[in-house]
Design a protein around this ligand. Structure first.
Ligand code: NI
Length: 143
């Protein structure tokens, strides 16, 4: 018989506004434009980002909860606030070494949120516009 394991998934939605510019250090404006198109505009541009943080696991026998959401909210707020109304390439160290693509914003947020809920993070979705999102997750590995 197929064994089933209890799993609960919580998705918390956050929003922030930020500006950025996609460019590679050492390339000319023309070369950057060829790769990143208008996202390489030297004056930068902004987005209203939506982030979906999915947390998975089992229900705690004592509390009946997946996680303590009050604790989670307290720890999550500064992570989002750190990005809000920032020029993220300039203001956030991670994006001085990683181009501020949606993919890398997902990676950055994964690193931040996995410290808050170690081993419980399922995925991070980042929407830069209403048409598409990137989903970042790190595969669980045995051992
Ligand atoms: Ni952009």
């Amino acid at each position: 018989m197929l064994e089933r394991k209890e799993q609960v998934l919580l998705t918390r939605i956050f929003r922030f506004s930020a500006s950025h510019r996609l460019f590679m250090e050492g390339l000319s404006d023309e070369e950057n434009f060829a790769i990143f198109d208008k996202c390489a505009n030297p004056a930068g541009h902004g987005h209203d980002y939506t982030v979906e943080v999915a947390i998975g696991g089992e229900i705690d026998d004592e509390t009946g909860m997946l996680i303590n959401r009050i604790d989670f909210e307290k720890q999550a707020a500064p992570v989002i606030e750190e990005l809000n109304y920032k020029w993220i390439d300039r203001d956030i160290d991670f994006f001085q070494e990683n181009i501020s693509t949606v993919e890398n914003i997902g990676k950055y947020l994964w690193q931040k949120f996995t410290e808050i809920v170690p081993g419980r993070l399922d995925s991070i979705r980042v929407w830069e516009n209403p048409k598409s999102y990137f989903e970042y997750f790190e595969e669980k590995q045995d051992g």
